[in-house]
Design a protein around this ligand. Structure first.
Ligand code: 5GP
Length: 186
């Protein structure tokens, strides 16, 4: 049972890195989180996230269905479902988590030696702001929220096993690739 945790402020290029890792390592499987936020245009239910109502999400909290969950943004809940993750583990797959910093730290604490935790650091707050604007997925208010959250998240980077600066994606990917190769080897 192995966990690969990738945490990063929103807009750090984390999702791209996760997709590349999944392509490269067939033994890796993505943990599809549940969330109460609305799907973006290109997102599909059951592929990018399990999109749930707040009521359903809270029901799952009460029934202890989550390995971990967080209210990442006010009224926007995100969580990793135990049942999904256990299914992947039972097939011998290493589960990759694209989650927020606090969720990542929680999983590392819980599954210590079975976990490789990597923090993807944006080259600067300005670069992050530019990426969020270019992505065009969020309103001004949401961008402001995400930047405030990013600053807070960066202060926890030292709690991760490794910090990788994502300035040039090819360089970052190579570094992560080598860490994951070592971690996955029996
Ligand atoms: P977004 O709304 O941009 O998809 O995600 C916002 C943040 O929530 C990202 O940092 C993402 O990694 C995080 N997130 C996604 N799924 C989970 C989860 O299951 N648990 C936690 N704690 N955070 C998550």
């Amino acid at each position: 049972m192995k966990l690969l945790v990738l945490a990063a402020p929103s807009g750090s290029g984390k999702t791209t890195l996760v997709h590349r890792l999944l392509k490269e390592f067939p033994k890796l499987a993505f943990s599809i989180s549940a969330t109460t936020r609305k799907p973006r245009l290109n997102e599909q239910d059951g592929i990018d996230y399990h999109f749930l109502s707040l009521t359903d999400f809270k029901r799952k909290i009460n029934s202890e269905s989550f390995l971990e969950w967080e209210e990442v943004y006010e009224n926007n809940f995100y969580g990793s479902l135990k049942s999904d993750v256990q299914k992947l583990w039972s097939k011998g797959q290493t589960v990759i988590f694209d989650i927020d910093v606090h969720g990542g730290i929680r999983l590392k604490k819980k599954y210590d030696l079975n976990t490789l935790s990597i923090f993807i650091m944006p080259p600067s707050i300005d670069a992050l702001e530019n990426r969020l604007r270019e992505r065009g997925a969020d309103s001004e208010e949401r961008i402001y929220d995400r930047l405030a959250k990013a600053k807070e998240e960066i202060s926890f980077a030292k709690k991760f096993d490794h910090v990788i600066v994502n300035d040039q994606i090819e360089v970052a990917f190579k570094q992560i690739h080598s860490l994951v190769t070592k971690f996955m080897s029996p």
